[in-house]
Design a protein around this ligand. Structure first.
Ligand SMILES: [Zn+2]
Length: 406
């Protein structure tokens, strides 16, 4: 088969669920038809929901909106237009590492070549190998360590394939920690050990370039469907709220906890290294919605250092606002986005002595018409605001006493 998935005249809408009838309608619509792609599930009155509607269902949807008196905003009338526009900002697959930048999107091959270049050129940077993906690609990373006795920070990105801004931000952070002369960045580079996995879901990332730009999961076959949502595959309330047992669903949690090699690789890394490398901080980079989220996603029960994480998150979003004026929100995941079980964030927080844990949902805002297709012109400003958020957040955590050496 030739060609890629196309979304010509697919429409992006945002609906306001104002009655129980609305909630039920959209729950049933999601269950019945794969012509409506939901970003989040219909749960409660007062919720706003973004849905992508297949072109051949536009009339049906208009009819439903009229009959049920639903408040609906059209965010985009042709999703394919976004994807086509983005195409010009993707560098070819054989682009060498020397041409890597934060004005374009890059294939996996170039990102890996760029990681190799950093490892080869800097004696305080070493390679990390966490295992293999389902398709046998390496789960790669690198470690930056300038002195002994540091506490460690682990950062992964692209657990969800289509969230291209996440590996871009991860590589920017690596680049800055290695090369920046800014004293605040040098301080972080010197006084922490950094562990990065910029493309955790390498199979899925490749799939978004070659097959379907809007793919989220990995690519492991499950019957007639493919893919598990790796961020539902961790062993914390596995298969619970905000995860699906339906193999075809975008948030299918897998056959059992850690059924997927990519999630299992993260678990193994923490099992082997959380104590040994004194890892006290974990960040996982996603898009979109502009959120700085602490645990938990599966319960409203606050974590024991909830107040500290709130303070740290507030410093972070203030730094973001002061960079390019973007507004992010902070709070626990269940408060800020939607309920979710089986996430890497909640698993790491619960199972290791890692008290500083955040998921960042990068640009754009919750009602962005661009979904995961963030214009390449926004890569650099996003990277800059997130670097500043790290400086603010880690300094606040340090002030709160989290990184004291024994
Ligand atoms: Zn995500």
């Amino acid at each position: 088969m030739e060609g890629k998935a196309r979304y010509d005249n697919y429409r992006l809408i945002r609906v306001a669920l104002k009655t129980d009838e609305h909630v039920k309608l959209f729950q049933e619509l999601e269950a019945e038809s794969d012509s409506y792609t939901f970003y989040g599930h219909a749960r409660c009155v007062g919720q706003n929901l973004t849905i992508m509607v297949a072109a051949h269902k536009l009339y049906e949807l208009d009819d439903l909106i009229e009959r049920y008196k639903i408040e609906c905003t059209v965010l985009e009338t042709n999703i394919q237009r976004l994807i086509d526009e983005e195409e010009a900002t993707i560098k070819p697959k054989d682009t060498p590492a020397s041409e890597f930048d934060w004005d374009h999107y890059f294939h996996l091959e170039t990102i890996f070549a760029w990681l190799d270049k950093q490892i080869a050129e800097n004696d305080f940077v070493e390679t990390l190998h966490l295992g293999l993906t389902y398709e046998g690609l390496p789960i790669r990373g690198l470690k930056i360590s300038k002195q002994k006795g540091n506490t460690g920070i682990f950062i992964d990105a692209c657990i969800h394939a289509r969230e291209w801004i996440a590996p871009a931000v991860a590589t920017y952070l690596i680049d800055q920690l290695i090369h920046s002369k800014d004293l605040a960045v040098v301080d972080l580079a010197t006084n922490f050990d950094w562990y990065f996995v910029p493309v955790l879901n390498a199979d899925g990332y490749k799939y978004t370039f070659e097959k379907d730009r809007l793919w989220r999961k990995n690519t492991k076959p499950y019957g007639r469907s493919r893919g598990c949502d790796l961020n539902r595959n961790f062993d914390v309330d596995f298969g619970g709220i905000g995860a699906s047992m339906d193999k075809a669903s975008y948030d299918f949690c897998g056959s059992h906890a850690f059924s997927e090699p990519e999630a299992a690789a993260i678990k193994k890394f923490f099992d082997d290294n959380a104590v040994k490398c004194n890892i006290k901080t974990y960040y996982t980079l996603h898009s979109f919605s502009q959120l700085y989220m602490s645990p938990f996603g599966w319960t409203k029960e606050p974590v024991k250092n909830y107040d500290d994480l709130k303070k740290i998150g507030e410093k972070a979003i203030e730094a973001i606002k002061n960079t390019h004026g973007k507004i992010y929100k902070t709070g626990s995941a269940i408060e800020t986005i939607y309920p979710s079980s089986g996430s890497s964030r909640d698993y790491v927080y619960t199972n290791y002595d890692v008290p500083i844990v955040f998921t960042i949902e990068l640009r754009g805002p919750p009602d962005t018409p661009a979904l995961f297709v963030l214009p390449a012109a926004e890569i650099k400003p996003t990277c800059e605001e997130i670097l500043n958020s790290f400086i603010a957040a880690l300094n606040e955590a340090r002030n709160l006493g989290y990184y004291k050496r024994e």
